[in-house]
Design a protein around this ligand. Structure first.
Ligand code: HEM
Length: 174
């Protein structure tokens, strides 16, 4: 095996591990968010939010950024290209969208973790803090299932730019 193939396989391994790991970490986050929103055990609810804060900052954000970065490397470093195939453009848009929402909304998790440390707050107040977190985690999970399926099926369909790159001035779409 040549060094170039080794490097390409290594980059793909990092991409698949971070991307699929991202889905798993969001699923764990969602399980805790549902517990935070519904559990009648106050100790469970107070423990769930700080745990989610850790998972979000130390696992979900790094995995999302790694998935995005290694996806860009997979696209630009191989004949796939970044803007030649619709399935790759859709993956890029959905992953960027999910990462932006994640970074914009991450403070919600820190806020819930701080509420969990307030002894005066009732169980109902703590439950309420979980609603947005459940919605965002479930939404993120559903959105990111699309890039996963697209990666496996790789549906045909080339962009106009892709046709031009592949067939030059002989492209029917040139
Ligand atoms: C959470 C989002 C993502 C998930 C779950 C995901 C998942 C995957 C998986 C499972 C593969 C392996 C498919 C195979 O080898 O048959 C793959 C390959 C690939 N991904 Fe992603 N990916 C994501 C984001 C991205 C992004 C943002 C880009 C581009 C900017 C991208 C570009 C690629 C490319 C070009 C390949 C093909 C690599 C090759 O076969 O040489 N991915 N992805």
């Amino acid at each position: 095996m040549t060094a170039a193939v080794d490097l390409r396989n290594f980059a793909l391994t990092v991409h698949v591990t971070s991307s699929v790991g991202l889905l798993g970490s969001i699923a764990a986050f969602l399980a805790l968010a549902v517990a935070g929103m519904t559990s009648q055990d106050v100790h469970m609810v107070r423990a769930a939010y700080p745990a989610m804060d850790l998972i979000a900052r130390l696992v979900i954000v790094p995995l999302a950024l790694t998935s995005l970065l290694t996806g860009l490397i997979q696209s630009m470093g191989t004949p796939w290209g970044l803007f030649r195939h619709y399935w790759i453009v859709v993956k890029l848009l959905l992953t960027v969208f999910a990462s932006v929402v994640l970074l914009v909304k991450i403070e919600l998790v820190g806020h819930a973790a701080r509420l969990a440390a307030e002894p005066a707050l009732s169980l109902a107040d703590l439950h309420a803090a979980g609603i947005q977190l459940v919605v965002h985690a479930a939404g993120g999970l559903i959105v990111l299932l699309v890039p996963t399926a697209l990666s496996v099926y790789k549906p045909p369909g080339m962009t106009r730019y892709g046709w031009r790159k592949q067939y030059g001035k002989h492209s029917p779409l040139a």
